[in-house]
Write a protein that binds this ligand. Structure first.
Ligand SMILES: *[C@@H]1O[C@H](CO)[C@@H](O)[C@H](O)[C@H]1NC(C)=O
Ligand SMILES: *[C@@H]1O[C@H](CO)[C@@H](O)[C@H](O)[C@H]1NC(C)=O
Length: 223
């Protein structure tokens, strides 16, 4: 009897402590419609009849070849998110292959819905993330070489820079099938339509010539 009671208390404790984060919304937004005929989407996707699924649905070959890093950033990210790999739908996991030319950069960005683990296969990367305002915007940074792993907590700004004279290769693992991507410069300076110049001059405390200049740049998306 005492053992059963003890187990019950343990279970109750476990269930009250298990959820340390909000459930993932799985998509950028979900505008409610008052229409019973409206289809139910998961990540905006219908599900295939499970009886018709086959091995190919769970097979991905786009990581076989290096990404093309001949661009202004010197990096290319090949994603295996649910949009590229439909078999991931509802599984809560995704990957990316990151190729870097010498001194190539994967610029500061956010995954709003996924924590990321990065494992370096070749080369030397300077990586880092910045904590939220509540934790005083602290930079956590490391130099990674082959075999090293770093974790970027969900929703925090992070980056990877190849500091070596050779190509670098890394793989990322993300805790969502649809982690999302917000590249800071692209979102702020290349939104469509552009953010009002008055907003950006005040926000960054610079004159409007500099904001105009930044808004005129070609902000490359390396994905
Ligand atoms: C890589 O991208 C550059 C720039 O878009 C292009 O000129 C080049 O042909 C590409 N290389 C390969 C191997 O696809
Ligand atoms: C953030 O800065 C404030 C003011 O200097 C300090 O009191 C607080 O302890 C800091 N918090 C962290 C997490 O470093």
């Amino acid at each position: 009897m005492v053992v059963v009671y003890f187990l019950f208390v343990l279970l109750a404790l476990a269930s009250s402590c298990a959820f340390a984060s909000d459930p993932s919304p799985l998509q950028d937004f979900c505008v409610a419609v008052n229409d019973p005929n409206s289809a139910v989407f998961v990540n905006g996707k219908f599900c295939k009849d499970p009886k018709l699924a086959m091995a190919d649905d769970f097979f991905f070959t786009k990581f076989r070849y290096p990404g093309n890093t001949s661009n202004q950033l010197g990096s290319k990210v090949t994603t295996a998110f649910v949009d590229q790999f439909p078999g991931l739908n509802t599984l809560g996991i995704a990957m990316a292959r990151l190729d870097f030319a010498p001194y190539g950069l994967n610029p500061p960005h956010i995954h709003p819905r996924g924590t990321e683990m990065l494992a370096v296969m070749e080369g030397t990367l300077r990586v880092g993330f910045v904590t939220s305002n509540q934790l005083n915007n602290t930079l956590f940074t490391k130099v990674l070489t082959k075999g090293d792993v770093f974790v970027f907590p969900q929703g925090l700004i992070h980056f990877q820079l190849n500091i070596g004279q050779t190509n670098a290769l890394a793989f990322a693992f993300l805790s969502s099938q649809n982690p999302g991507l917000i590249t800071i410069a692209n979102s702020v300076f290349a939104s469509n339509p552009p953010i009002n110049v008055d907003v950006l001059t005040k926000a960054f405390q610079v004159d409007n010539k500099l904001i105009n200049y930044l808004q005129e740049q070609n902000w490359f998306d390396n994905h």
